[in-house]
Design a protein around this ligand. Structure first.
Ligand code: FES
Length: 83
């Protein structure tokens, strides 16, 4: 049995990554900034920003928890989501 990856939703806004992925395909959201503008995810604490970017790039909707060395892009993702 494969363990489930624990990160599956934005914590600040009530949306799962699975739901956001479907909406991204339907509404042609290309960037995390598109998601933030539409539903807010990524624009709160910003922790989901790297996951949103990866979801858009790969189609994944559940993730392992990012380690600190993997969060260097968090600030960049946050800035991109505000632009
Ligand atoms: S977890 Fe998505 S904005 Fe805070």
């Amino acid at each position: 049995m494969t363990p489930q990856k624990p990160v599956r939703a934005c914590l600040c806004y009530p949306h799962t990554f699975a739901e956001l992925h479907i909406l991204a395909l339907q509404l042609n959201w290309q960037t995390a900034a598109d998601i933030t503008a539409a539903v807010g995810c990524g624009g709160g604490c910003g922790l989901c920003g790297p996951y949103l970017t990866r979801m858009l790039a790969t189609g994944e909707t559940s993730f392992d928890i990012r380690r600190s060395e993997q969060t260097n892009s968090t600030q960049q993702d946050r800035e991109e989501s505000k632009s």
